[in-house]
Ligand binder design. Structure first.
Ligand SMILES: [Zn+2]
Length: 290
């Protein structure tokens, strides 16, 4: 473990939460993380449903950076609107601009990765065209990143519509198209992969999934796990997160995830519904399964 990791937790996956930051990245975000018992965190640095290139507040940025580099590893989630595969050229361009802005903000605040969804072709029959576009927009962006910028963590989606990457087979192809670029990483969302058809709740399902992922990632690191239960059954292709242990995944697969040898240095954050008390309960439950 590096000296910046939580000293009491060497060798086990850190468990934390997505935290709100309206009211100040440090003032609200760090306070929320501490209130829910988080050992790591994820935040938005822009409106998650907008395109605005929100500027930071220098004082909050500095206070946040000091804490997250010392004891509370942080990740940034990019806007949900980003779709590098969009057939609408203005959306595709705004997506690339927004992602570049978000990575720069993440660099400034000391975050360890920027999570971005793998996107959608939107219309049927344009997978190749969409993937060519993702490649043409993303590779130059990655090539231009300064050395101290965090990696871009690709998060496969639940498989809605003309999703470009939801299953491990699709992730394999997606990573090949992006040449396993050294500035890329992967963000595994348990609800998304379950919804996409990987039955993590089956006997040995989580271990099988993680063993398969280990082959597919071909050296691209898993940077973060989004631990979310699912309101819907495996293969439903619906992105509806549920509290840990209260959905169709159940709590045991999370015990298996936290024990898997490939996951011991991968931070885990919840993105479950609910308020501060419910988030604290989810974090505590995962910590008890670890
Ligand atoms: Zn997620």
């Amino acid at each position: 473990m590096s000296r910046t990791s939580h000293p009491a937790l060497a060798g086990v996956p850190l468990i934390g939460a997505h935290v709100p930051a309206s009211g100040g990245l440090a003032k609200r975000g760090l306070a929320y993380a501490d209130a829910v018992g988080a050992e790591c965190l994820q935040v938005f640095v822009t409106n998650p449903r907008g395109w605005a290139a929100t500027k930071g507040n220098a004082e909050q940025d500095a206070a946040f950076r000091e804490v997250v580099t010392e004891r509370l590893p942080a990740f940034v989630h990019a806007s949900f609107l980003i779709n590098l595969g969009s057939p609408d050229q203005s959306i595709a361009e705004k997506s690339a601009t927004s992602l570049a802005h978000t990575v720069e903000r993440a660099r400034v605040i000391g975050a360890r990765g920027v999570v971005v969804h793998t996107g959608s072709a939107v219309a049927k029959g344009r997978y190749d065209e969409a993937m060519t576009q993702v490649r043409e927009l993303l590779l130059p962006l990655l090539d231009a990143l300064p050395d101290d910028a965090p990696p871009v963590l690709l998060e496969p989606t639940a498989g809605q519509g003309q999703s470009l990457c939801s299953t491990l087979e699709e992730l394999d192809e997606y990573l090949h198209r992006l040449e396993h670029h050294p500035r890329l990483g992967i963000c595994v969302d348990t609800c998304h992969f379950f919804a996409a058809g990987h039955d993590l709740a089956a006997d040995g399902g989580m271990n099988d999934f993680l063993d398969h992922l280990e082959k597919v990632r071909a050296g691209v690191p898993v940077g973060l796990v989004h631990a979310n239960d699912s309101m819907d059954v495996a293969g439903a292709r619906k992105d509806r997160h549920q509290a840990i242990g209260s959905g169709h995944v159940g709590s045991e697969p999370f015990r298996a995830l936290l024990a898997h040898e490939t996951m011991q240095h991968v931070p885990v954050v919840i993105e479950t519904p609910g308020d501060e008390a419910e988030h604290a309960a989810d974090v505590a439950l995962l910590q008890s399964l670890r």
